[in-house]
Design a protein around this ligand. Structure first.
Ligand code: GLP
Length: 240
């Protein structure tokens, strides 16, 4: 495990973007596992900026996102498909046919999840997986208590996740289920890069990095990953 301290959110974002861009320079046809949430927005902004300056080329890259709400059409403003296009894909040159997210509009959970694992397999696995972390320690949408050996599957979101994310849906009720890559799918990525900022994540970071490895803290499994890097700002690392 490599722990990289960043001064603040911008510094965290720049450092993460540097690692992703090094990955793409070293292997132009990299398979990038991507994440949503507020944390990676600055990383995507920085990558867009370098792409526009001609410093990085995504034309051979394949992307595989972690998760998607079950039951939301792509065009819904809160779908992760929409988020990824708004915050990243619309601004860089990744070919649309190399962009993958679980199909939230397919209500047949088994088929949707199997199809997604097949996409990961066909791509040859994930070279670099970017991750955020939920305040309860979830990664992707792997909520506390989920078995480590799961591949892509359908989850019931916990109350804590619903409380954190309902605000983005306004008056509309947010979905109660999601499709997510499982812990096993994440652990199979060759490199894992987690980014974390803000005081609200300080407690869970201490438990995830230095506590017991347990499904109750899904991110704790990363202690066992052979190539795991975490970049955090001072607030997120204030308890370690
Ligand atoms: C969501 C996503 C996770 C993300 C987490 C934290 O639940 N499914 O992939 O890591 O939120 O989000 P944020 O970065 O906004 O704190």
């Amino acid at each position: 495990m490599k722990i990289i301290r960043a001064k603040d959110y911008n510094d965290m974002s720049r450092k993460a973007a540097n690692i992703i861009s090094a990955q793409v320079i070293m292997k132009p046809d990299s398979v990038l596992g991507l994440a949503t949430g507020a944390t990676p927005v600055g990383t995507y902004k920085q990558l867009i900026d370098w792409y526009k300056k001609g410093d990085i080329d995504f034309s051979e890259v394949t992307t595989i996102n972690l998760d998607e709400y079950r039951g939301l059409p792509k065009t819904h403003s809160q779908s992760y498909w929409y988020y990824m296009h708004e915050n990243f894909f619309n601004h860089v040159n990744i070919p649309e046919n190399k962009i993958h997210l679980p199909d939230g509009s397919n209500l047949n959970s088994e088929a949707a999840c199997e199809e997604y694992e097949e996409i990961i397999r066909k791509a040859g696995g994930i070279d670099l997986q970017l991750l955020g972390i939920g305040t309860d320690g979830h990664i992707g949408f792997n909520e506390p208590g989920e078995a480590f050996e799961l591949l892509t599957h359908c989850v019931d979101l916990t109350q804590s996740t619903i409380d954190s994310n309902q605000k983005f849906f306004g008056d509309e009720e947010m979905p109660r289920q999601a499709y997510t890559m499982g812990i096993k799918s994440i652990m199979q990525a060759r490199k894992v890069l987690m980014i974390v900022n803000g005081e609200s994540k300080a407690d869970i970071i201490e438990r995830a990095l230095f506590g017991r490895v347990t499904p109750e803290v899904p991110a704790s499994v990363l202690q066992m990953h052979p190539d795991f890097t975490i970049i955090g700002d001072e607030a997120a690392f204030s308890k370690i």
